[in-house]
Each structure stands twice: as structure tokens, then as C-alpha cells.
Design a protein around this ligand. Structure first.
Ligand code: SF4
Ligand code: SF4
Length: 403
């Protein structure tokens, strides 16, 4: 194996195939080659930090870059997220609320390489895909939570990536979660539904009542293609039509179609409620496309978006905007309070952002196979400056605005 700066290993394509849930075999290196070919044919923007072996690929380099920004605004005038929490009535830091959501980042492999990706995903992230053993450990943890006196609030399994559909155990995992009576969300990039191997998924999701939460930066072509690569917009609209044809986006609680937008540039997300009306009108008028709800999220100052901010000389200005918009009213609804986040290798984190920065949760176990709900609920959430991305304006979590 080669190494990144700081001796971080570069993954190589696995030589052995992965078995899928239905017994068929999908060699991941073959899948990756297919995806790279489809990227050459369509959306093409950048490559992963990891693949380019940049110093910023290392989480500690990202945290250092944020810490180096001179900041003296916010409630404590210190640029310290922890002190701003204390100054906002959260003296002991962020404490958990009852656990409601079990989120699994099932792999970093993706058919796209979006400019703003906080996961640093792409077709080259072949190695980082959850194996069957870790999938089954997740299911055992869910069983543990559902049987626990503190676990009665768990209602949702949230599957993200990468493109989660690319994991060979994806359909098995969805079926097992549905069988446990849980609501399942698939965080879908839309374009994957146009790849031949995955075109059955809209109908397949509809049969199981899976909510599909789809990334679409803007209802116009220019903004979407600028952030996600040329050709993305057209493929996304085609995929949305496939979902509409499967019954999604028309108010059926078993066919929920959520769109997720994030700003194209270095500004904050607009008002979610008013944007939703504008989007519904524009997509219906221009394409006859319908959806149920819109989440408006801030871009997190990390990974490829952090690289973009640094290259454009806009990191300091963006962080100042986040601090100026710090809103204590967002903290109560942050996803780190009601969610557990599991990585592709089974390690657990406070949220998907802390996961990408490899900030281990403050609990006496590291792997989902050892998950203990009592200890999880007794922890304090770990925070750093990237957390200002969640607390700006109306707040920003996987479930949209928090205030
Ligand atoms: S933002 Fe989503 S679709 Fe884009 S590269 Fe990252 S995981 Fe893939
Ligand atoms: S990044 Fe957001 S969700 Fe994660 S710990 Fe920080 S405030 Fe919580």
C-alpha cells in the first residue's frame, strides 16, 4: 500500500469479490471500473482528496485548517464552539436526547465526485464499503436498542454514503430494517437511479415504503451542474420522474420523496419553508416533477468543500458568516442528540460529520458490535469548529432545519 502525507494508507482495489445479499457476486473493482466509465460519460467534476493524495485528505489537517482561522465573534467572542455552547446555556456541552435514528454510512464509493462532498466520496473509494459482518453487527445493535428500556424511541434507519445503493449488502440491510418495523431513508444522489444496474430501485423502494431523500443543489441546471458535475441536472430530473412514476412525491406517507438542497457557493442555506414553495412551483412548471418536502442544509466546512473554500480564499469569510449566524435555538434539534452514526467499518460516531473527521464518540466502546445504549445515552457529544455549520441560521441537520 502507498501512503498519504502523515502515513495514511491509500486503499487498493480488493482482489476478492463481495457477496451480495441475494447470493450473487459483484466484484467491487469491476463495479468501480463501471462507475469510473460512467463518470467519464457524464458528471465529471473533480476527484477525491484521498485519490489525489492531498494533505487535506487527513481529518487532522482539516481540523487544523479550521482552527487556524482567526475568529473572535459569536456569543463568547472566542471562536470556540464549546465556549459558545456554554455561553448559550449548554454549560455541560451537548447531551443526548432519546435515540430516534440509527444512521449508517455504508460506504464511500460513489458514482459522482461532487465539489462540496463532506465524505470525500468518489468512484475511487472502493475499499471503504461495509461488509456483511458489520451489516449484521448493525442489525444486532438495532435489536439491542429495540429491546432496551431507553430504546423505545428508535423509529428510523437512515442509510447514507457515498451512494449507499452501491454497497452489495444494501438491499439485504433495507429488508432487515423494514422487517424490524423501522422507517428506512435512502440518501440518494438521483443519478445512480439512471445506472442500468440500479434502475429497478424506485419500484423496489415503493414496495417497501422506503423514503428517498435526494440531493439536488438547485432546481435550475446551472447551479446543480456547477456543484455536482456537467450532466447531473438532466439525469437527476429523469430520476425524479422515475420516482414520481413509482408513486413518490404525491403526499403518500409510504412514498415520501424529500429533496435536499445546499448552497452553490460560500453562503448559507435560505429559509427552508419559503424555498420549498418556490421549488415545488418551479419543478412542476418546468418538468412536471413533484416532491413532498425540501431540506435546506448548510455546506459543512470540511473535506472537498473546505478545499474549495481555501482555494477561493473564502474560508475566513465563510466561517465569519457561520459565527455571525450562530443560533442557540438550533442546538436542541441537532442530529447528534437523537442519532447514532455508524461508519463503513462499524465504528460509531456522534454524527456523520464527526465520522468523516474521525472524532471517536466519548463512549467506552468503538465498534457497533459492542453497542451499549445506556453508555451511549450517558455521553457528551464531541464538538469542534465544523459544528458552526450546524448551528447557523435556522440550523442544519440530516432532517433539515432545526429551528
Ligand atoms: S455529495 Fe453525495 S453524490 Fe456527491 S460525491 Fe459525495 S456522496 Fe457522492
Ligand atoms: S457537526 Fe453538527 S451534528 Fe455533528 S457534533 Fe457538531 S453540531 Fe452535532
Amino acid at each position: 500500500m502507498s501512503t498519504l502525507p502523515g502515513d495514511r494508507p491509500i486503499p487498493t482495489a480488493p482482489s476478492t469479490p463481495e457477496a451480495s445479499g441475494d447470493g450473487s457476486v459483484i466484484p467491487l473493482h469491476v463495479l468501480s471500473a463501471e462507475l469510473i466509465a460512467s463518470v467519464e460519460d457524464g458528471p465529471k467534476r473533480t476527484s477525491s482528496l484521498y485519490g489525489r493524495r492531498t494533505a487535506l485528505a487527513a481529518p487532522e489537517a482539516q481540523i487544523e485548517a479550521l482552527d487556524a482561522v482567526p475568529l473572535a465573534s459569536g456569543p463568547s467572542q472566542s471562536g470556540s464552539f464549546h465556549r459558545d455552547l456554554m455561553a448559550s446555556g449548554w454549560e455541560a456541552g451537548i447531551q443526548p436526547a432519546p435515540l430516534e435514528i440509527f444512521q449508517i454510512n455504508i460506504g464511500k464509493l460513489c458514482n459522482m465526485t461532487c465539489m462540496h462532498c463532506h465524505v470525500d466520496s468518489g468512484p475511487d473509494r472502493v475499499q471503504e464499503n461495509m461488509d456483511r459482518e458489520a451489516v449484521d453487527a448493525c442489525l444486532r445493535a438495532i435489536d439491542h436498542i429495540q429491546a432496551h428500556p431507553l430504546g423505545g424511541g428508535l423509529h428510523t434507519v437512515d442509510l447514507t454514503g457515498g451512494a449507499p445503493e452501491l454497497n452489495p449488502h444494501f438491499e439485504y440491510l433495507v429488508d432487515e430494517c423494514v422487517a424490524r418495523g423501522l422507517h428506512v431513508i435512502d440518501r440518494c444522489n438521483l443519478t445512480i437511479l439512471r445506472v442500468k444496474r440500479y434502475r429497478h430501485l424506485p419500484e423496489w423502494f415503493a414496495e417497501r415504503g422506503v423514503e428517498v431523500a435526494c440531493s439536488l443543489p438547485h432546481y435550475r441546471k446551472m447551479g446543480t451542474d456547477a456543484q455536482r458535475g456537467d450532466g447531473t441536472y438532466g439525469k437527476s430530473i429523469e430520476a425524479l420522474k422515475m420516482l414520481n412514476e413509482a408513486g413518490y412525491g404525491q403526499g403518500d406517507p409510504k412514498r415520501v420523496l424529500t429533496l435536499v438542497t445546499n448552497p452553490v457557493g460560500s453562503f448559507l442555506a435560505g429559509n427552508q419553508e419559503s424555498l420549498e414553495g418556490e421549488w415545488k412551483e418551479a419543478l412542476q412548471r418546468n418538468h412536471g416533477v413533484q416532491f413532498d418536502r425540501l431540506f435546506a442544509l448548510n455546506n459543512m466546512p470540511m473535506s472537498r468543500y473546505l478545499e474549495w473554500l481555501i482555494e477561493k480564499g473564502q474560508l475566513e469569510g465563510y466561517m465569519e458568516k457561520l459565527l455571525a449566524a450562530f443560533n442557540p435555538g438550533t442546538i436542541d434539534g441537532l442530529m447528534c442528540r437523537n442519532t447514532v452514526s455508524v461508519g463503513w467499518d462499524g465504528k460509531i460516531y456522534d454524527c456523520d460529520f464527526n465520522q468523516q473527521l474521525e472524532m471517536d464518540a466519548a463512549v467506552p466502546f468503538a465498534h457497533v458490535g459492542d453497542f451499549d445504549l445506556g453508555a451511549w445515552q450517558a455521553r457528551t457529544v464531541k464538538t469542534e469548529r465544523h459544528c458552526y455549520g450546524c448551528t447557523a441560521g435556522s440550523g442544519s441537520s440530516c432532517g433539515g432545519a432545526t429551528a
